[in-house]
Ligand binder design. Structure first.
Ligand SMILES: Cc1cc2nc3c(=O)[nH]c(=O)nc-3n(C[C@H](O)[C@H](O)[C@H](O)COP(=O)(O)O)c2cc1C
Length: 396
């Protein structure tokens, strides 16, 4: 555990943490090993709830034998419960284990229920407005953390939740111009809108909090997207953020749950290799230009014109999204099976996978380092010489 640094703790629901948050990364990129290792350092580690069965050999076998939606969903809930337990054991009582649930996912209520019942410390919800999260978690002592991108969104959630007698235990403010994965804008053209600038959001939220009679201490703000140095951490924490969330830099750590090829693709990508496009969720997303994505984007317009409005049977039978451009024939959305592509990336299938990534350079450049080294670099600026990796990759 890192004990010596100069920043105030991030306090969530009475728990004092290092001011570093590891963002949830599906499918399987942040499972128990990454989240548990981050928590073990005294920070907040996040398991992405979506489609975790890929990490469990017996569950994949079960799904092969009965490839129907009910079996697949049950397998994913079993996998989530197992991952939470394993992360808690690995954390050894330190830090916090959160579960990330995307609002746009069909099984969101089940994922939230299993997270509550399996002893997760927090639920972090994004990809949609989590207005009903307090109702979904009634009766459970669990921190609730929405992910939003601008002060208007935060104000809306605060007002709705306050009517239910609940405040968020923290809020993640994710910048769509820098973050990896799905981005919190409806339009690609809006990515660089100044309303997302961290300093502007922090300042605007001061006024929102005052008008609602809420203290900053009650709702810590965690900024996310493109944070890659000790200097950036210092600047943001000095400007009023209570914590910083990172995705890509944690995905490529030794303890990251993905195949080494996944880490190599992310770590070695140059700015020219990174692209924004419209996902099957209808939201813009950011990823590395790997062979499948390049092929898809080359034919995107033709695909949209020819079959964009046609409905398809869900190729995995999981029906993971509540609205899917491919399954539901939503012309202006993306048209591919996101679950298949993300699972291929997790396995390290460079030719066929979809490799989400943030836009910025990584703290250790192309090097794969440990969670401890990353957190130490972010909080102190110190870099130690690398030691040989301790982790081996295995998938179910
Ligand atoms: C591979 C990858 C997968 C991601 N998956 C999710 C996800 O399932 N849910 C989510 O809320 N955010 C997801 N994100 C966003 C991260 O949690 C994080 O907020 C973001 O990447 C921060 O930006 P950074 O990568 O520049 O640090 C993902 C990011 C990456 C790189």
């Amino acid at each position: 555990m890192l004990t010596s640094h100069s920043f105030p703790p991030l306090v969530i629901r009475g728990r004092s943490l290092l001011p570093i948050v590891q963002g949830g990364m599906g499918v399987g990129i942040s499972a128990h090993r990454l989240a548990g290792s981050v928590a073990r350092e005294g920070a907040l580690g996040t398991i992405a709830s979506i489609d975790l069965r890929h990490h469990h050999h017996d569950l994949i076998e079960l799904c092969r034998q009965s490839p129907d939606r009910a079996t697949l969903e049950r397998a994913n809930l079993t996998a989530l419960a197992r991952e939470i337990h394993a992360a808690k054991v690995l954390s050894d009582g330190h830090g916090m284990i959160a579960v990330n649930v995307m609002k746009a996912v069909n099984a969101q209520a089940d994922y939230v229920r299993v997270a509550c019942e399996s002893g997760a410390d927090a639920i972090v919800m994004g990809a949609g407005l989590p207005l009903d999260l307090p109702d979904m978690t009634q009766g459970h002592d669990i921190a609730l953390i929405p992910i939003l991108s601008d002060s208007r969104g935060v104000a809306l959630v605060l007002k709705k939740w306050m009517k239910k007698g609940r405040l968020p235990d923290a809020v993640v403010i994710e910048h769509p111009a820098h973050a990896g994965g799905h981005l919190g804008v409806t339009n690609l053209a809006d990515l660089h809108d100044p309303r997302f600038d961290f300093l502007r959001v922090l300042e605007e939220l001061d006024a929102v909090f005052t008008s609602l009679g809420v203290s900053r201490k009650d709702v810590p703000l965690i900024v996310a997207g493109g944070i890659n140095s000790h200097e950036a951490v210092r600047e943001l924490l000095t400007a009023g953020a209570s914590g910083v969330q990172l995705g890509t830099p944690f995905a490529v750590t030794e303890e990251g749950d993905a195949h080494p090829n996944f880490k190599r693709v992310l770590a070695e990508a140059t700015p020219e290799d990174i692209v924004e496009f419209v996902s099957v969720t209808g939201l813009p997303a950011r990823a590395v230009k790997t062979p499948w994505l390049m092929r898809y984007l080359r034919h995107e317009t033709k695909i949209r014109e020819k079959i964009g409005a046609l409905k398809h049977v869900c190729p995995t039978a999981l029906e993971c999204l509540s609205v899917c451009g491919w399954r539901d024939g939503v012309e202006k959305f993306g048209h591919f099976c996101i679950d298949t592509r993300l699972a291929a990336a997790l396995r390290g299938d460079v030719a066929n996978g979809l490799f989400f990534r943030g836009r910025e350079a990584l703290p250790f450049g192309t090097a794969i380092r440990s969670v401890h080294d990353l957190i130490e670099l972010l909080l102190t600026g110190a870099t130690r010489p690398a030691v040989a990796g301790r982790w081996a990759f295995s998938l179910g």
